[in-house]
Ligand binder design. Structure first.
Ligand code: NDP
Length: 370
């Protein structure tokens, strides 16, 4: 089997030149690709989530997998055959800047460990490609802002893989809230957690994950509180518990409970953990009614009910809907009901920064997201 280094040497760069978009074009429908109908996507980091996205994209009508970026030659060989990807659309982490010259790829979806997102996104922006990045968008707000600035400068979109922002039952609750069906929203509960296995995985390494459960799963309760309540928090408090300091080392949070206050008077009470399963539930309560999603963020089907009864919107594979909707955002300038842009990702990073600060100081931390 060839080594990573041999592979890097043998990957060749395509040759055609791709124009950058102007700053003003980004506001209007973007016609980045040749036929303007299908968004051609390369996946970067061929791990478990990329595999899920690639399989889901088989059913997409507006997004197509045309390229891959990987550090593992055997995966490249496998994926080329499985997804019919041309040799000239295959890159590794050293060669992918050459993607700027590849007219077969409009956007790159980053599905690598969290700590790699920022640098990879900035390089892709400089290569003139739209960036779709997995959550958490980066390790902290400073990094997130750098990504936004780089994408803005290159006039490319920066989207974050918030698949639940396109999920039908979730959107129905948001519609009901917008129409006042819950009355004044006063409370949200978010429970996000699972028991993490293999202690040597990157998710438990501070330098690759940027933290622990909060970066990986707790972020769902943060993001969920915002889209369920429909406001951004103005303060946070948080408490950390660690039962296994060997598995969850310095800077890797095992369990954090946190509370957020919202300008309209609502309070969110949330749990983020790597030590307990059966935690995937959102509950929203208002003066006139309630909504519950359980499961709320897993791959589905998402199940839910409100004071009016069961939610019956049909299940669709999240990543299929997400990729088609993201293609519409990039190609047609479509505005999603809940944003999935870099600013949205940055808000969650600012909240995570504040939660870690609250844990450290024991103080209530005020936050300003706009
Ligand atoms: P995996 O470990 O399964 O895959 C990550 C891939 O990144 C690897 O297979 C590898 O691919 C590549 N990689 C590059 N450098 C490294 C490195 N130093 N260490 C490990 N892998 C490396 O992770 P996931 O797919 O589960 O997660 C990837 C991202 O997706 C994370 O940011 C995570 O938070 C997010 N995610 C989002 C989900 C969602 O529902 N939205 C669900 C799961 C994850 P290669 O060999 O091709 O280089």
């Amino acid at each position: 089997m060839s080594s990573r280094r041999d592979f890097i040497r043998t990957v060749s760069a395509p040759v055609m030149v791709m124009p950058f978009l102007s700053e003003s074009q980004i506001q209007t429908p973007v016609r980045f690709d040749v036929d303007g109908k299908v968004l051609r996507i390369a996946l970067m980091g061929l791990g478990s989530y990329a595999t899920r996205v690639a399989e889901a994209m088989r059913s997409c009508t507006r997004a197509k997998l045309t390229g891959i970026i990987s550090g593992t030659p055997s995966k490249v060989a496998d994926w080329k055959g499985k997804y019919n990807i041309a040799e000239k659309n295959c890159y590794n982490y050293e060669s992918f800047d050459a993607i700027r010259n590849n007219p077969d790829i409009d956007a790159v979806y980053i599905t690598t460990p969290n700590a790699l997102h920022k640098e990879q996104a900035i390089r892709l922006a400089r290569a003139g490609k739209h960036v779709i990045c997995e959550k958490p968008m980066a390790l902290n707000a400073i990094e997130g802002k750098e990504m936004i600035d780089a994408c803005r400068k290159a006039s490319v979109h920066l989207l974050v893989g918030y698949r639940l922002h396109f999920e039908a039952k979730t959107l129905e609750i948001i519609r009901m809230r917008n129409e006042g069906e819950f009355g004044q929203v006063l409370f949200f509960q978010g429970l996000s957690g699972f028991r993490i296995g293999n202690p040597s995985q990157w998710r438990l390494k501070k330098e690759l994950a940027g933290g622990g459960a909060m970066m990986d799963i707790g972020i769902y309760s943060i993001n969920g509180a915002r889209y369920m309540i429909g406001e951004d928090p103005v303060w946070v408090t948080a408490q950390e518990v660690k039962t296994d300091p060997l598995k969850f080392g310095e800077g890797v949070d095992e369990t954090i409970t946190f509370q957020m206050g919202f300008p309209g008077g609502a309070i969110a009470s949330c749990l983020s953990t790597y030590s307990m399963s059966n935690l995937d539930r959102f509950f929203l309560n208002g003066t006139k009614g309630f909504a519950e999603l359980k499961p709320s963020t897993g791959y589905g089907p998402i199940l839910g009910r409100t004071h009016k009864g069961e939610l019956t919107q049909p299940h669709a594979t999240h990543q299929t809907t997400q990729m088609d909707e993201m293609a519409a955002i990039i190609l047609d300038g479509k505005k999603p009901m809940v944003p999935v842009d870099g600013e949205e990702g940055l808000k969650d990073l600012k909240i995570i920064d504040a939660i870690y600060k609250a844990v450290k100081t024991g103080q209530r931390i005020r936050i300003k997201l706009d």
